[in-house]
Design a protein around this ligand. Structure first.
Ligand SMILES: Cc1cc2nc3c(=O)[nH]c(=O)nc-3n(C[C@H](O)[C@H](O)[C@H](O)COP(=O)(O)O)c2cc1C
Length: 344
């Protein structure tokens, strides 16, 4: 079944929910253009989720996708954290920051009953998850209001796991994709496959609709994924320069520069592998260094470095999430981009 029918949308295009770089404005623009707008909730408090969903429901009656992380909250490891802070110490000194006064930042919260309570007020048509799925009880609450459940797979094993739990569609997240790898049954990045290796495997060995993601940034690429048998596509990076996205100015500059040709998976910004444009800290510490503590704890000690350097218009310590294909990034309205990608 195609996603147009499954979700009741005009175009087979899902705008990837992208935590930290967009809110309701981008989701509304895509929804109004006939795609499935996505609201990333991983970094929002329940109050903010409520505000954003209220805005969306006031602006459009089109279906909407809300997105959550569902990682296991880590057990803090003081020794590991101390090693991480020691490695960052020279950068604190360089930027004139106090390495012994690192403020706590609100971490990314896995999906829980409190978030589900907020959703039940708005009954979003689609709820998507990254890093697996939450427990069956929470999934049943979503099913109770008729919500469709989707999640990303990065291997065939993960797709089979998701299918066994009854998801309505599976996102095949190719290695090209920007942002966090959704991987949840493996932590070995060498097992990750490019989209056109992963997609046919999932199509052959599962019976659930498969949504293609990773490096798709043109109408031709959308058609290619659909021709292979995908039920739809999910696109993130191509939307990053749209005026409705909240992409920071250093991130926008990097996306428009030749530096964007070089992306890599890195654990440095959060503790989990994610794809972003290679910058100074990735080059100097090694993108997949084992220094950062478990997800999402690594972000606490990086945050002051990021803030101080971004104030100087410098992206040395910023997560510049982007996929391998930035060629489709256009500074045009998200609705226009959605129509273009759909071949309108
Ligand atoms: C800046 C950025 C942030 C992202 N944040 C999320 C997120 O919060 N939740 C999620 O499920 N996926 C997230 N992703 C991954 C996307 O869901 C998707 O896999 C990816 O964007 C597809 O590849 P593309 O970026 O090459 O289009 C993010 C991607 C980017 C580029």
């Amino acid at each position: 079944m195609k996603v147009t029918e499954l979700f009741g949308i005009k175009h087979p295009i899902l705008q990837a929910p992208m935590a930290g770089v967009q809110g309701s404005e981008l989701a509304i623009a895509v929804a109004q253009a006939g795609g499935l707008g996505g609201l990333p909730c991983a970094m929002l408090s329940p109050e903010l989720i409520q505000q954003e969903l209220h805005r969306i429901r006031m602006a459009t009656t089109s279906p909407i996708n809300v997105n959550f992380f569902c990682h296991q909250a880590p057990i803090p490891d003081a020794e590991h954290e101390a090693r991480w802070r020691l490695a960052l110490r020279p950068y604190y000194v360089e930027l004139g920051l106090d390495p012994d006064a690192i403020p706590e930042v609100p971490g990314r919260r896995p999906f829980d009953a409190q978030a589900c309570d907020v959703l039940s007020e708005f009954e979003p048509e689609v709820v998507s998850f990254h890093f697996g799925l939450p427990n069956e009880q929470l999934l049943n609450r979503i099913r109770g209001w008729g919500g469709k459940i989707i999640s990303s797979a990065t291997t065939l094993e993960e797709a089979i796991w998701l299918q066994a739990r009854g998801v309505d569609a599976i996102i095949a997240q190719g290695l090209e994709a920007g942002g966090h790898r959704a991987m949840f049954l493996t932590d070995d990045v060498t097992e990750q496959k490019g989209l056109f290796a992963l997609l046919p495997q999932l199509l052959e060995h599962t019976s659930t609709p498969i949504i293609a993601a990773g490096g798709i940034a043109s109408p031709k690429a959308v058609r290619a994924a659909l021709t292979l048998g995908a039920a739809g596509v999910q696109i993130g990076t191509a939307y990053l320069l749209c005026p409705e996205a909240k992409t920071t100015s250093v991130h926008r500059q990097a996306l428009k520069s030749s530096a964007a040709d070089h992306t890599a998976l890195t654990r440095l910004f959060s503790g989990r592998p994610a794809r972003g444009i290679v910058n100074r800290i990735m080059r100097e510490l090694g993108p997949l260094s084992s220094l950062p503590p478990a997800f999402p704890l690594a972000s606490t000690a990086i945050a002051p470095l990021r803030a101080a350097s971004e104030a100087l218009n410098n992206a040395d310590f910023s997560p510049l999430w982007a996929g391998q294909n930035v060629k489709g990034c256009q500074e045009i309205a998200a609705g226009e981009l959605t129509h273009w990608l759909a071949g309108d």
